[in-house]
Structure formats: structure tokens, C-alpha cells
Design a protein around this ligand. Structure first.
Ligand code: NDP
Length: 336
């Protein structure tokens, strides 16, 4: 059968452009023993993919190869199965995104169970790697505890919106978020239950954070790096912790980016800054599904998605996500 896939045709220098990608038709071989054919319904575009577009080791996963299809998380429907345990009609997540159809080993797919009232796309967001990143980063890496004050940057994005809501539901004394527009700031407070939020374009981040969290913060969930990290170090209390999740402010930089000028404060304040990669924490998936799944079912977590239609628009959706066009999880819908 004929499928379509997005390939990387050149490595971006600085910001990616649509010319770095091409849409190609390919002939797929039928699935053999132990394999399945999946029709993708939604594919995910994520910031870490930018690092994989560079040559060498700028990401924690191997770089994409020029001339080959991109990959990433996808949600699809099994069309044909030659494996026990999976049947046509089953909905699965897997890693062969950026294409209409995929033939893969059944072991590479995870069947998802529908939770009443929760869209299946949650398995690419709140109940997938995105939610797991927020869950593990806040609870296992930053060791957040009830009664603590939390600051989340990139708070209106996929991971940030989950980190902030989990902190609220786990009894944070104050949850503060930063985001890139007035609309996003309103969304954080009105829809997601943040106690305070600010637009990082509106002035010095450090000053805005000090105003939003007058007593300081205990935990910083860092999605952005750069000036955000510097501001958080300034406002963290003694024994504060930082989950070093990402530094998207640097992903398209063409020259080395300086580190926080106040890094010396980490000593006197006894701070812990700890990096982590979600793929090392798959064992926490059942905890996420149980706990966050229950919150979703009970309507305690607001799920936000930005959906772009059409595989041909996936590269632009990816670029737009890097520029902040998304609220919540950025997804590309392949089938209506
Ligand atoms: P988001 O949904 O948050 O989308 C990216 C957002 O980043 C944009 O919407 C934009 O929002 C913001 N942004 C872009 N450039 C800047 C900038 N210069 N300064 C401030 N904000 C900026 O993506 P994810 O939730 O998927 O990812 C969030 C972070 O988590 C990323 O750093 C990513 O790499 C990291 N991550 C880490 C994982 C791990 O295992 N450690 C796993 C998954 C993600 P705005 O409009 O607010 O600017």
C-alpha cells in the first residue's frame, strides 16, 4: 500500500524552515509475522526533535538522518495484525509518527484503554510522555512536597500545564507560571488554577517572579533555561530544588549560550539542580495513568491541545510550536 511520510532533507541552522522537510509517498510492505499495520490518527511534534535535527550529540536520542523519515510519538488504529494480543480496531501508541501508516513489531506498540470522558489524544499528552515528564520531574526529580511554592516556566505548554496542575492538586502553597502572551497568562490563572502568572516579555523575569511569588519558591520546573533559570535561582529558598527538564530558549541558538550569572548562589542556598530524561522513568507510567487518569476522569485537570490538520502541515506545526503558537499539547491530526 502507498503511505506518506515526512523526511528531513537538510539540517536546520538556527530556526528550522519548511525547506528542511519534504513529504514523500512510499510503498509499504505488508506486515509479516509478529507485526502490525497501523493507520496514524494523530502525531506529536515536540521540542526535543529540534536537537535531533542537528548533527552529532545535541540531543539525548540519536540524530535524525537526512533523507530518512522523522519519527516520534503517534496514536493510531491497528488496521492489520499478525500478532497475538492486537486486533484491527485497537488503538495504540507507538514511535512511528510523521507518517500516515506504519508497519511495526507489535511489541513496539502499546494498546490504550479509553477512559470515559477523556479523549484518546490524552495518551500523547497528559497520559503519555508529556504527562510523565511533568509527573516525574515534579515528584521524583524536584521532590516537591505538599505546602511548597512552585514556579513553572513554559507553563502554558504541554509539559508545563501538567506540571502546574499536578503541583496544585498535590497541595502546593502557591503555583506560579510564566508564558509568552497575555492570553496564555489569563488561561493559566482562569482555566488551569495557577495562583499567579506573568508574560516573560513584560519585563525582567526576576522582578516579575519576585512579585508573583513574594515569599520565594521551593521548586522550579525549568522548561526554558536562560534568563528564567537565572531568575529562579535568585528566588529559590534555601534547600530549593530545580527539575532541569529543558531549555527551549537555547534550542535554535547558533552560538554558545552563557549560563546563569548567579550560579554561585546555589552553594549558599544549598540548591539542587537535577537534569532528567523521561525515557529513564517508564516504570512510573502506571502511577501516572492511575493518578492523572483519575484526575482527568473527575475533571480536576484541564486538558489543552492545539490541533493542526494534515500530515503536510506537520513541519509548520513543529516550527510554530517552537515559536509558541500552541496552547497545551501541539498535535497533528491525520484523520478526521
Ligand atoms: P511546549 O508545549 O511547552 O511548547 C514549547 C513552548 O516553548 C512554546 O509554546 C513557547 O511558549 C515556549 N518557548 C519557545 N521559545 C521560548 C523562549 N525563547 N522563551 C520562553 N519560552 C519559549 O513543549 P513541551 O511541553 O513538549 O516541552 C517543554 C520543555 O520540556 C521543552 O524544553 C522540552 O525540551 C522539555 N522536555 C523534556 C523532556 C525530558 O525528558 N527532560 C521530555 C519532554 C519535554 P510561549 O508562548 O510561552 O513562549
Amino acid at each position: 500500500m502507498v503511505s506518506r511520510e515526512i523526511r528531513l532533507v537538510s539540517r536546520p541552522s538556527g530556526w528550522p524552515t519548511p525547506d528542511n522537510f519534504e513529504l514523500v509517498e512510499v510503498e509499504l510492505s505488508p506486515p509479516g509475522e509478529g507485526r502490525i499495520l497501523v493507520r496514524n490518527l494523530f502525531v506529536s511534534v515536540d521540542p526535543y526533535m529540534r536537537g535531533r535535527m542537528n548533527e552529532g550529540k545535541s540531543s539525548y536520542i540519536a540524530p535524525f538522518k537526512v533523507g530518512e523519515p522523522l519519527d516520534g510519538d503517534a496514536l493510531g488504529e491497528v488496521v492489520e495484525s499478525h500478532a497475538p494480543g492486537l486486533a484491527p480496531g485497537d488503538i495504540v501508541t507507538h514511535r512511528y509518527g510523521w507518517r500516515d501508516h506504519a508497519v511495526l513489531d507489535a511489541e513496539q506498540a502499546r494498546r490504550v484503554e479509553e477512559i470515559p470522558g477523556v479523549p484518546l489524544t490524552a495518551y500523547l499528552g497528559a497520559l503519555g510522555m508529556t504527562g510523565l515528564t511533568a509527573y516525574v520531574g515534579l515528584l521524583d526529580i524536584a521532590h516537591f512536597e505538599e505546602g511548597e511554592a512552585v514556579f513553572v516556566s513554559g507553563a502554558a505548554g504541554a509539559v508545563g500545564s501538567m506540571a502546574g496542575q499536578i503541583a496544585r492538586l498535590k497541595g502546593a502553597s502557591r503555583v506560579v507560571g510564566s508564558a509568552g502572551s497575555r492570553e496564555k497568562v489569563t488561561h493559566l490563572v482562569r482555566d488551569l488554577g495557577f495562583d499567579a502568572a506573568f508574560d516573560y516579555h513584560d519585563g525582567k523575569i526576576h522582578e516579575q517572579l519576585a512579585k508573583a511569588a513574594p515569599g520565594g519558591i521551593d521548586v522550579y520546573f525549568d522548561n526554558i533555561g536562560g534568563e528564567h533559570l537565572e531568575a529562579a535561582i535568585e528566588e529559590l529558598r534555601t534547600y530549593g530544588r530545580v527539575a532541569m527538564c529543558g531549555s527551549i530558549s537555547t534550542y535554535n541558538a547558533t552560538a554558545p549560550v552563557p549560563g546563569p550569572s548567579n550560579i554561585g548562589l546555589t552553594v549558599g542556598k544549598r540548591l539542587t539542580l537535577r537534569g532528567f530524561i523521561v525515557f529513564d522513568h517508564r516504570d512510573r507510567m502506571p502511577g501516572l495513568i492511575t493518578e492523572v487518569g483519575a484526575w482527568l476522569r473527575e475533571g480536576k485537570i484541564t486538558l489543552t491541545e492545539t490541533v493542526v490538520d494534515g500530515l503536510e502541515n506537520a513541519p509548520q506545526a513543529f516550527i510554530d510550536m517552537l515559536r509558541g503558537a500552541n496552547v497545551g499539547k501541539m498535535l497533528v491530526r491525520l484523520v478526521h
